[in-house]
Design a protein around this ligand. Structure first.
Ligand code: HEM
Length: 275
């Protein structure tokens, strides 16, 4: 008999959305960096993969549009999840991604814990860093999306706003892209996958469940809340089959490998490009 040693954390739709984001983000990063690093072998090689300098831009714009389409669908999904009978109070429950007072308290207690000054905070379902990650992507998408769309159709854009503002858009797009790639390829990878009990990869987002032992240790307030409402046993699931886990690791390592490769390529080649 298989033991139910994991707790369900993400729905199928949420996991598919995350995979969609992984694919589109990696393509946008690779094609964007290909254009940005065209003076170097690294940039030329990236552009070669996408069929050359011009087609790389076409791929960047098409995948950008697909990514923004996904973002619009996500916004519709959020609206569909609102409990209107108890609005706006329903927005701020412990299952919501909206920040609340407890996150600020958790943050300071967590920092104190890093220095051995306080016990670790008893996190609920979402840690403050997970909410930060989520909202960083959300607003990042708006900034990078608006500037990207204006840059994609420069003639039409310059009919509405002065031509020089395209240079400003380009810099905003570039800075936001560097910030997003730096955050995802360094901070997100490290926090999600390289922490001691997650190493070498957090299976949560691909498998949809996390180890109950880890959840009790890290998110005791979530587990207590589910237990007190009698919901815990209904959320317990078993480990995915071995073959399924191999596939998960393969997807995860390929995605992380591409991100780390792009990060290293961008850092190593940075002195050789003219901005
Ligand atoms: C997370 C998503 C994205 C990332 C990481 C990203 C990254 C980049 C990078 C690194 C550049 C090159 C800047 C340079 O040459 O210095 C760039 C340029 C550009 N991006 Fe994006 N971008 C993203 C989303 C989008 C979207 C959604 C669109 C619009 C549909 C878009 C349209 C453009 C355009 C038109 C350029 C100018 C390309 C050129 O002329 O070289 N990008 N992007």
């Amino acid at each position: 008999m298989t033991t139910k040693n994991r707790i369900k954390r993400f729905t199928l739709l949420q996991r598919l959305s995350h995979i969609f984001l992984i694919i589109t983000f990696l393509v946008q990063s690779a094609t964007g960096l290909g254009r940005m690093y065209m003076e170097t072998d690294f940039g030329q090689w990236l552009c070669w993969i996408f069929g050359g300098y011009e087609t790389t831009l076409e791929v960047h714009i098409w995948f950008g549009l697909i990514m923004l389409g996904g973002f619009v669908l996500h916004a519709c999904y959020l609206v569909s999840k609102i409990n209107w009978t108890n609005f706006p109070k329903s927005l701020f429950g412990p299952d919501s991604m909206l920040p609340r007072g407890a996150d600020i308290k958790d943050f300071f207690q967590h920092v104190a814990w890093f220095f051995g000054l306080r016990p670790a905070p008893a996190f609920d379902r979402w840690g403050y860093w997970e909410k930060f990650d989520y909202w960083a992507v959300f607003w990042g998408m708006v900034i990078i999306g608006v500037t990207g769309l204006l840059l994609a159709w420069p003639i039409a854009t310059s009919r509405i706003i002065p031509g020089w503002s395209l240079n400003v858009m380009f810099w905003i797009h570039r800075i936001e892209a560097i910030l997003a790639m730096g955050h995802v390829f360094i901070i997100h990878y490290f926090i999600a996958h390289l922490r001691r009990h997650n190493f070498p990869m957090d299976r949560g987002m691909l498998e949809g469940s996390v180890s109950i032992e880890d959840a009790i240790h890290e998110r005791p307030a979530w587990i207590e809340r589910l237990e007190s409402k009698g919901l815990l046993s209904g959320l317990l699931v078993s480990d995915a089959a071995f073959s399924q886990r191999i596939v998960q690791y393969l997807i995860g390592f390929v995605a992380m490998g591409i991100g780390v490769f792009l990060l290293i390529g961008a850092i190593v080649n940075a002195p050789y490009i003219h901005l």
